[in-house]
Design a protein around this ligand. Structure first.
Ligand SMILES: [Zn+2]
Length: 359
């Protein structure tokens, strides 16, 4: 994941429309120009550069505010239920503009340089039916993303009322998990309170700043973790008490699949970790679970990365990296215990981290 911050990645804005391309001599064409408004806020200008006015289906295209694709309108490869609300008419030579924030739908937790481009097919309409599809391409736009500000944007869409769903058929482990998650709630709530109202010196030790905006972000993420850990009946994440996806290996305590908002504990979570550690920055079940919850984008978006493990490497990070680093939250929540060497590593299995903005 660190590599993502060092090199450009491509966020491809893709349309997934099936069907034939238009087969007419006067092929209409769109010019799509992307520009940066502010950090993760992007403006698209779509210009009808053809000679004819066109009417098109704007679902999953620009000006469609839905963060998900409306796949249900397709049946047997055809658009169904076409209504005027789904159509836009663009006069020849005229443009439409759309602004959207890519932080609401993409994981931009790494910050840094990102290249955007948009391409796809837009359904063209005559009367009440689709007669063909217009292929379009945008310019490539490379922008620098501030990860902290991206975090602030994305929290507005976090489903805070959802709760962790504990999946466990082993009654012994289920009891241990119940206690661990209860401790996670206490730790996360206490740390959130400390971030907002506690020592600025202590906060700066971990997050390298005392500015209010960063304290708010840290507190909000910790509050979201507390909320998620606070119930085991339904939620934004699924938490398995065993290795449900086969990623456990020697020295791995637990892992998170951010793309699935799925967390799983490995055997040594139970055999190696105490419920709550007694000294130093020792690992325990509560802080390990807290660490994993911060990775899940549906708990608080964007999910954290693993930029540094343990006290020494975590406190060597810049402020913008620290606020996106899972272990910084675990260590800060464990703030009364002094530093000691971390003996085991945790695995963050990251899949689909470069997600696509669907028009
Ligand atoms: Zn991790």
């Amino acid at each position: 994941m660190r590599l993502a911050a060092r090199f450009s990645v491509f966020l491809v804005l893709v349309q997934h429309v099936v069907g034939k391309l238009v087969k007419v001599d006067k092929t209409p064409s769109f010019d799509v120009t992307l520009s940066q408004v502010d950090n993760t806020r992007i403006k698209a200008v779509v210009t009808n550069t053809g000679h004819d006015d066109v009417t098109f289906v704007h679902l999953n295209f620009f000006r469609d505010s839905a963060p998900v694709k409306k796949v249900t309108i397709y049946q047997n490869g055809k658009l169904q239920g076409l209504t005027s609300e789904a159509l836009t008419m663009l006069v020849a030579g005229e443009s439409l503009e759309d602004e959207f924030d890519i932080a609401t739908t993409s994981d931009l937790s790494h910050g840094g340089s990102v290249t955007l481009r948009s391409s796809g097919l837009v359904p063209l309409v005559k009367g009440d039916s689709v007669f063909g599809y217009l292929r379009y391409h945008s310019n490539s736009l490379t922008i620098e993303i501030d990860a902290v500000r991206a975090s602030q944007v994305a929290k507005a869409v976090v489903p805070l009322m959802r709760r962790a769903n504990l999946s466990c058929s082993n009654s012994t482990r289920k009891a241990i998990m119940g206690k661990a998650l209860s401790n996670t709630v206490s730790l996360a709530n206490a740390a959130a309170h400390a971030a907002l109202f506690g020592s600025t010196t202590k906060f700066s030790e971990y997050f390298k700043t005392t500015i209010n905006a960063t304290r708010q972000v840290v507190a909000a993420r910790l509050q979201a973790v507390a909320k998620e850990a606070g119930s085991t009946t339904s939620g934004a994440t699924t938490y398995y008490c065993a290795d449900a996806y086969g990623y456990c290996e020697t020295n791995v305590l637990a892992y998170t699949l951010p793309a699935l908002n799925l967390i799983a504990n490995c055997d040594i979570y139970y055999s190696y970790l105490p419920a709550m550690a007694g000294g130093c920055h020792d690992q325990d079940q509560a802080t390990t679970s807290l660490h994993e919850f911060t990775h899940a984008p549906r708990v608080y978006s964007p999910g954290t990365e693993d930029l540094g493990y343990g006290y020494v490497s975590s406190t060597a990070l810049s402020s913008s990296d620290a606020v996106m680093n899972a272990d910084t939250y675990a260590l800060y929540a464990n703030v009364k215990r002094r530093s000691s060497e971390r003996k085991f590593r945790m695995l963050n299995v990251s899949e689909g981290k470069v997600s696509s903005k669907e028009g």
